[in-house]
Structures are given as structure tokens and as C-alpha cells.
Design a protein. Structure first.
Length: 434
């Protein structure tokens, strides 16, 4: 009975030693593997996880790198045959640090770039040979266009930036075939840094915007591409406009509008297409079109009727940006004044403040809105009052009622300081109006 009732007890004592033996064997094999790698790079203890040995590890690493720095090129080439990828990587980087003095090793390094199994070594070759100048260009291009590992292609894309304008045509070729967002972002950023010379890459950058990357994989990807197109400059606009006109590009119209937003009145020829976009089913396309029209300014006068119509849109963003656009068009949008006056009573404080601001942008012609703005000086939102005061300062000319109302605000102990200061500035502006 004793043996039966304690069956698991005895089983534990039989199995436990066996498990310990297996564990020790595995640990021993792992230590042997690490020891072999340690010796191969002559870094005693570099793989030891003990924090007490950290300082010694750093000293050994320093000695190791100093030894590489003192070695002759021929000695480094001999060591380059090492089975340890870490050693090969470090030797390649050392040869790169020597720049053109090590130019004779370029054929060997190019061979490594094409055939070494380690992506770390191949990347190191790219980072190294770039210091050897123009003779390394073709090899780096090869890596960008043909290497199977995206990290190596990223390194090649980045290092090609050292060749500036010469790299632009290569980047265009790479964009047509690259599928990894990290590499695409790198190329786009460098095209942006090249500037107007990179304008021919615009159609390919537009195509890149159509790639449907998951947000968790490529956070903010399309916005970054927009930023890089903008960096190339306004000369990209003809390509942007052409793409914006195409119905099949509906999904990216929002991003194309963001590009145009940075170019302002350079985009005046797109006004008819932006007016059409104000009717789009997608609210993002509607409000982005309104923003661009506002950025174009007085030249967008023809868009006023369409902007008035969408200023009553169901979507708050569309209403806000269309109302703002009317203000930026200025006095040429004076026909919108009755609608803007109406929006001063909107339940949304953002609409009230942007309506007041837009009325102000229309200047003295909008003086009929003064009574309505005066009523809004009692608004619960200080930010609304601030915009109303600024608007009154722009549309009033020696108006005693306005000056009296602003004086009361400036003297009131209940008003916040920045509202009072704004009232004082508005009074000065009104008094100085001719």
C-alpha cells in the first residue's frame, strides 16, 4: 500500500535527475556555442549576462576594435574569411572607415555584398563602401534593387542619399518594385531632400499612396509620403492635379489635397476639380477640398457658391473648413455674409468662432454684421469672445457702440486677461481706422 500510495513520490525521484541531466546537457551545449562565438571574435566574456563583468566586456571590445584598427589591409582580408558573422561585419566596417585608402578591397567587399548569407554583413558592406566614393555606387544600387532582405535594401536606400541627385533615377526604379513600407519611406524621404530634381518621381510616390498597409504596421505612412512630396516642391503640382482629377483615385484624394494645401495659390488651376470634390460622398474629401480652396484665397472666388452650400453640411469638419475658406477668400466672398451671420448662433462653439473670424476677414464691407457680433460678446466660451472681438476690430470704423462694448470688457474684472487685452488692441485698431 505504501508503494502504491506513494507512486508519484517515487516517480518524481526517478524523473527529476533525468530532467536535470537533460537541462545540464542543453546548458552545456549553449555555453559551448557561445564560447565558440566569443573566441572567434576575441571578445572574452562578451556574451556573459553578468552585470559585474560589463566593464571588462567593454574593455575587451575596445581592445578588439583597436586591434582591427591597427591591422593592415592584408591582415583584415585574411580575417575576413572568418566563420563568425560578427567578426566579418566588424572587419567590413573597419575597411569602410579607411575609405579610399581601402579601395583595393572593393571587389572583395562587393562579392560579400552579393553572396554573404548574413544580412548584418551585407548591410555593413553598404555602410562601409559608401565611404569609398563613386566606385561604390553601382554596388549599392545592386543591393537596393536585388537584395532579398528589406533591411539591406533600407541600408542601400539610405546610403544612396550620399550621392544626392545621381540617386534620383534609381529611387524611381526602386519605388516601382518595393513592397516594404520602411524602405519606401526611406526612399521618399531622400527624394524630398533632393528637391526639384526628384519631381519625375511624383507619379510613383502617388502610386505608393494607394498601397493598403495596416495602420499598426505602418503608422502614419501616407501622411509621411505627403510630407516628402511637399518637400520636393510645388513643381510636383501638375502630377498631383492630374491624379486628383481621376475618379479611380478617390481613396487618395484626401492625401493629394493635403499636398495641395502646402502649395496655396499654386493650385488655382485645380479650383474646378476642388468644387466638384465638395460634393463627394466622403466627408474627408469634402473638407480637405474646402481647406485647399481657402488656402488658394481670393483666387478661389468662383468656389463661393459651392462653399456656401457645404457650409451647412451635416459633418462638423466640412462646415468648419468651408466657413473658414469663405473668410480666407475675403471680401470677394461677401455674398456669404448672411449665412455667416446665421452661423454665429450655431450650437457648436467652433462654428461660432470660425464664423466670427471669417466675417472679420471680409473687412469693412461686413459692417452690417456688427449688431450680431456685439450680441456674441456674452458667449460662454472665452475663445469665441476672442474671435468676436478680433472681428469687430477689423470691420468697425469709429463705431461708438463697438468701442463702448469693448471698453466694458477691457475694464471688467470678470473677463480673463487675454480677452481684456484683445479688447484693448481692437479699440486701438478701430480708432486708427481711416
Amino acid at each position: 500500500m505504501f508503494y502504491k500510495s506513494n507512486f508519484f513520490f517515487w516517480l518524481f525521484f526517478i524523473i527529476l535527475p533525468f530532467n536535470i541531466f537533460i537541462l545540464n546537457q542543453s546548458t552545456g551545449q549553449e555555453k559551448a556555442r557561445k564560447e565558440k562565438s566569443r573566441k572567434s571574435v576575441n571578445l572574452d566574456g562578451v556574451f556573459d549576462g553578468n552585470e559585474k563583468n560589463h566593464k571588462r566586456h567593454l574593455e575587451e571590445e575596445k581592445k578588439y576594435l583597436n586591434a582591427l584598427a591597427k591591422a593592415t589591409i592584408q591582415e583584415l582580408l585574411v580575417k575576413l574569411k572568418s566563420d563568425c558573422y560578427i567578426e566579418r561585419r566588424d572587419i567590413v566596417l573597419e575597411l569602410g572607415r579607411r575609405g579610399k585608402k581601402a579601395i583595393s578591397t572593393l571587389p572583395v567587399l562587393i562579392e560579400l555584398l552579393k553572396n554573404d548569407k548574413s544580412k548584418e554583413v551585407r548591410s555593413a558592406v553598404i555602410h562601409g563602401i559608401v565611404h569609398m566614393g563613386a566606385p561604390a555606387f553601382d554596388a549599392i544600387v545592386y543591393a537596393l534593387l536585388h537584395d532579398a532582405d528589406w533591411e539591406v535594401r533600407w541600408a542601400a536606400a539610405w546610403r544612396l542619399g550620399s550621392f544626392h541627385k545621381k540617386a534620383a533615377p534609381i529611387y524611381i526604379i526602386a519605388l516601382k518594385k518595393e513592397k516594404k513600407h520602411e524602405v519606401i519611406e526611406c526612399i521618399a524621404e531622400l527624394l524630398g531632400s533632393i528637391g526639384p530634381v526628384a519631381v519625375p518621381a511624383t507619379p510613383d510616390l502617388i502610386e505608393v499612396l494607394k498601397i493598403d498597409f495596416k495602420e499598426d504596421e505602418a503608422y502614419g505612412f501616407p501622411h509621411k509620403i505627403v510630407q516628402f512630396i511637399v518637400a520636393i516642391g510645388p513643381k510636383t503640382f501638375p502630377y498631383i492635379h492630374l491624379a486628383y482629377k481621376k475618379k479611380e483615385n478617390g481613396k487618395i484624394k484626401y492625401y493629394l489635397a493635403k499636398v495641395m494645401l502646402s502649395f496655396g495659390d499654386h493650385c488655382a488651376t485645380a479650383i474646378p476639380d476642388l468644387i466638384i470634390a465638395l460634393k463627394d460622398k466622403d466627408f474627408k474629401i469634402r473638407y480637405s477640398a474646402a481647406r485647399v480652396l481657402g488656402k488658394i484665397g481670393p483666387k478661389a472666388e468662383k468656389a463661393v457658391p459651392a462653399l456656401i452650400k457645404v457650409s451647412n453640411d451635416k459633418n462638423a469638419k466640412v462646415r468648419y473648413y468651408s466657413t473658414e475658406a469663405l473668410g480666407k477668400i475675403g471680401a470677394k466672398a461677401i455674398s456669404a455674409l448672411p449665412f455667416l451671420i446665421k452661423y454665429l448662433e450655431d450650437q457648436d462653439s467652433n462654428i461660432r468662432l470660425i464664423s466670427a473670424s471669417s466675417i472679420g476677414e471680409m473687412g469693412l464691407q461686413a459692417s452690417s454684421a456688427i449688431p450680431h457680433l456685439l450680441k456674441l460678446l456674452t458667449d460662454k466660451e472665452n475663445i469665441v469672445k476672442l474671435h468676436v472681438i478680433e472681428a469687430l476690430g477689423k470691420i468697425s470704423a469709429h463705431n461708438s457702440s463697438v468701442l463702448e462694448a469693448l471698453h466694458k470688457i477691457a475694464q471688467s474684472s470678470k473677463e480673463v486677461e487675454y480677452v481684456k487685452k484683445s479688447a484693448i488692441e481692437a479699440m486701438k485698431k478701430i480708432e486708427n481706422t481711416k
